[in-house]
Structures are given as structure tokens and as C-alpha cells.
Design a protein around this ligand. Structure first.
Ligand code: HPA
Ligand code: ZN
Length: 350
């Protein structure tokens, strides 16, 4: 199927009388834009790193840990997510976690990944900026030769902490010349509106960084508007609650603002009751620039291919929709125009 430069595709008609194809869906080349590297820490690796670092875990084994992966909301997930980071101590730990993600994502068809990390969650445990940044960055530095995947790093700031803390950490990242391409905003959303971080985002923009922020996951549609108008972000992470504000939907469509949607995350964190209730099909139908991403795949039941497979099982997405989602992910990335063209070419079978 041909995908045009604006992300739309040439319509295809099915010959009359032919049965629909039942073969497995082709693994599409795509960009993963919403991924927290700490959320890729698999239970097995948690135990391995605990042993390597001589740490005692508060769980007797994998089964007891896995039993905790029943979340009632974002905060109940964040509590476990931050607790499990205790096993990340050395540069090698961060590099091993990152390499494991790259290997798995490559198998899922990811050809470009924009990877968030939470420096403040490591600094507060006494792990230095150099340790966490250099560890992740060392694995990303060879992602093209090792996995055929271009990558870039996004420093995400914890919105439940103060703006002063975020500003201090951004200064620290700039001082060590950390290889970051963008900043993001994550953690507990409700009660921590985007406007709290106006100075942080202004400073990041001045430093030449790209801007994205979580908004409209658990928080209201007004947080999406605030992230766009006060922070000046180019992209919204999640954004599903835009569907509650028709004027906002029209604006997002007109301005082609990317929304990095994470369906399995939304189910596991109870933003929606079941996958069948997910607004993704309505978002596509509205003409929104949505992509499919895995968020914290070790916690939410799957990587980006698992998200696609489950969407496919529930919604029977057409090849047109799947290709549009992949094309949107590429267009919405912070990759160079040259890299985007390469990936779009690949998607179009070139
Ligand atoms: N939302 C907010 N903060 C996060 C998430 C998320 O889904 N994952 C990791 N930090
Ligand atoms: Zn997220």
C-alpha cells in the first residue's frame, strides 16, 4: 500500500467475492515514541540485577513479584515502578536493561525508538546523572549497528516533584553534555498540571531541545491544552482524554499534533475498562495523528507488537489503519527528515 507524505494512504478495494486474508499481519516498520526505559525492566532482570548488586528484594520470587502487577490506577503502578528501580545501580545495569529493550523492540518491528528516562528517580536513590545517562546512552550509541534501529534519548521530569528540582536536573544534564534530544513530563498527572513546568520547558526550548509531555492520560483534556499553549510542546503523550472536548479534537486534527497512545497501558492502569472500550478507533476516525506505543512494556502486558496484535484481535484494524498508525509514528518522530524518508520508504515496501 502506498502511504502519501501526509500520512494518508491510497485506498484499496477488495475484489468482490474474495475471502478476507487470514495470514498473520506483516510486522510493520515503525517508530516507538512513548517508552519509559525503566518500564522495560522485566521481572527476571530485576532478580538478576538484585543478585549482581547484592540487594535483597522484598519478594520471595518471580511469582510473588508478578502477582503485584494488578494495578488500580497510575499511582498504584508508579509505586511498584519506582520501587523496582532500586536494582539499577551501575552503568552496566542501565546498559543491560536498555540493550534488552532494543533487542525485543527490534523483533517487534521498531526501526526508530525515542526513549524516555527518569533521571530524578535515580538521583533520589543516590545514583548519579552520569551513571544513569551514560549507561542508557552507551547502549543507544550502538543501536544502529547492533539492531538496525535509530534511537534518541528523552529526559523526562517527574511532575509530582517541584519545578526547582527539574530545573536543577536539566542544568545538570546540560552541564555534562548529556546526549538528550528532548524533554518530557511524566509521573502522577492529576493535581500536577503542565503550567507548573513553564520555566523548565522554556529553558529546554532555549537549549535547542524538542518538547513532549504526558497529558490527558488520567488528567483532564484541559491539561492537553495547557501543555500545548503554556509549555509549547510539539507532541502529547497519551492524550486520550482529548475525546471529551470536541473543539480540542478539531484543533489537534487541524494542527496534526501527534498523540502517542498506549492501549495496553490504558487498560492496565484502568484509564479504560477493557481494550474494546479504548478510543483508538474513534481517534483514527476523527482524523487524529495517533500512533501506538508500549509505555512500560514489562508492566503492561506487552511490547508494541503485542499492542498491535491485541488491537487487531479486538478491532480488526484494516491494513490501511495499521499502515496509517505506522506512518503516523514515523512522521511524528523527532528523527531527521532523511531518516523519516528512509523509514517511510521501507513502510511503503521500497
Ligand atoms: N504515565 C505517567 N508517568 C509514567 C508512566 C505513565 O504511563 N510510565 C512511567 N511513568
Ligand atoms: Zn508514559
Amino acid at each position: 500500500m502506498d502511504i502519501f507524505a501526509d500520512g494518508t494512504a491510497a485506498p484499496e478495494t477488495e475484489p468482490a467475492g474474495e475471502l478476507p486474508e487470514v495470514e498473520a499481519a506483516r510486522t510493520l516498520p515503525l517508530a516507538e515514541l512513548h517508552l519509559h526505559i525503566e518500564g522495560t525492566l522485566q521481572p527476571e532482570l530485576i532478580f538478576e540485577l538484585a543478585e549482581r548488586n547484592g540487594l535483597a528484594l522484598p519478594y520471595s520470587g518471580l511469582e510473588e513479584l508478578r502477582a503485584l502487577y494488578e494495578f488500580s490506577d497510575l499511582q498504584s503502578f508508579l509505586d511498584l515502578y519506582y520501587a523496582n528501580m532500586a536494582v539499577l545501580q551501575t552503568e552496566q545495569d542501565f546498559a543491560d536493561m536498555t540493550r534488552a529493550y532494543l533487542a525485543r523492540a527490534a523483533a517487534a518491528g521498531v526501526r526508530h525508538a525515542e526513549i524516555m528516562m527518569d533521571p530524578q528517580a535515580h538521583l533520589s536513590r543516590g545514583v548519579s546523572l552520569e551513571t544513569c545517562v551514560n549507561g542508557v546512552a552507551s547502549a543507544l550509541a550502538t543501536s544502529v549497528e547492533d539492531f538496525g534501529m535509530s534511537t534518541l534519548l528523552i529526559a523526562a521530569f517527574l511532575r509530582d516533584l517541584s519545578e526547582e528540582s527539574a530545573l536543577e536536573v536539566l542544568d545538570g544534564l546540560l552541564a555534562i553534555n548529556a546526549p538528550i534530544a528532548a524533554v518530557g513530563l511524566d509521573s502522577a498527572e492529576v493535581g500536577n498540571p503542565p503550567a507548573k513546568f513553564e520555566r523548565l520547558f522554556a529553558k529546554a526550548r532555549e537549549a535547542g531541545l524538542r518538547l513532549t509531555a504526558h497529558a490527558g492520560e488520567e488528567g483532564p483534556a484541559s491539561y492537553i491544552i495547557e501543555a500545548l499553549d503554556v509549555l509549547g510542546v510539539e507532541r502529547i503523550d497519551h492524550g486520550i482524554r482529548c475525546m471529551e472536548d470536541q473543539d480540542l479534537v478539531e484543533r489537534l486534527v487541524d494542527e496534526r499534533i501527534p498523540l502517542t497512545v498506549c492501549p495496553l497501558s490504558n487498560v492496565r492502569l484502568r484509564a479504560v475498562d477493557t481494550l474494546a472500550d479504548h478510543p483508538l478507533p474513534a481517534m483514527l476516525a476523527a482524523g487524529l495523528n495517533v500512533s501506538v506505543n508500549s509505555d512500560d512494556p514489562a508492566y503492561f502486558g506487552g511490547y508494541v507488537d503485542d499492542n498491535f496484535a491485541q488491537l487487531q484481535a479486538v478491532f480488526e484494524l484494516s491494513e490501511f489503519d495499521r499502515s496509517r498508525l505506522a506512518a503516523n509514528s514515523i512522521h511524528s518522530s523527532f528523527a531527521s527528515e532523511e531518516r523519516k524518508a528512509e523509514l517511510l520508504d521501507e513502510l511503503n515496501g521500497g
